[in-house]
Design a protein around this ligand. Structure first.
Ligand code: THU
Length: 145
């Protein structure tokens, strides 16, 4: 397990690389996998505004592409005056892989911590789906495939 301060430092570095030319709101995220590896993401905005990718989903995507599926924590750093919680879409994406991961957020010299269950208490998940009619591949996550 990484030190929380190290995770936040990696998120801060990613935040400084954010492509946030439209909002000016820079966000970096560092997701910690169960094996201790860390993957980062930053928000990537676009002239077509809704196409924007959030930092959290960028970090998840990097981790998945590296073959990781089990996450313990995500650290988020932005340039707001106080910590922000992830947007609803990112909460849903995080919940797919780690239903109760810890979410740590830093801004304005303050740090907030939540569990994902606190942030997304009633959620739609893979357990709500009927048995899938096709092979979904070798994916497994902590709570099963
Ligand atoms: N943003 C994130 O990257 N993560 C969040 O959890 C909230 C919002 C980004 C999206 C957009 O580039 C900017 O912050 C303002 O919404």
């Amino acid at each position: 397990m990484n030190k929380e301060a190290d995770l936040l430092a990696q998120a801060r570095t990613a935040r400084d690389r954010a492509y946030a030319r439209y909002s000016g709101f820079r966000v970096g995220a560092a997701i910690e996998c169960r094996d201790g590896s860390v993957f980062v993401g930053c928000n990537v905005e676009n002239a077509s505004y809704p196409v924007t990718l959030c930092a959290e989903r960028g970090a998840v995507s990097a981790a998945i592409a590296a073959g990781k599926l089990d996450f313990d924590r995500i650290a988020i750093v932005c340039n707001a005056t106080e910590p922000v919680a992830p947007c609803g879409a990112c909460r849903q994406v995080l919940a797919e892989f780690a239903p109760d991961m810890e979410v740590i957020s830093e801004a304005g010299g303050q740090v907030s911590r939540w569990s994902l269950t606190e942030l997304l208490p009633s959620r739609f998940s893979k357990t709500d789906l009927p048995a899938l009619p096709r092979d979904v591949g070798p994916e497994t996550t902590r709570e099963g495939s």
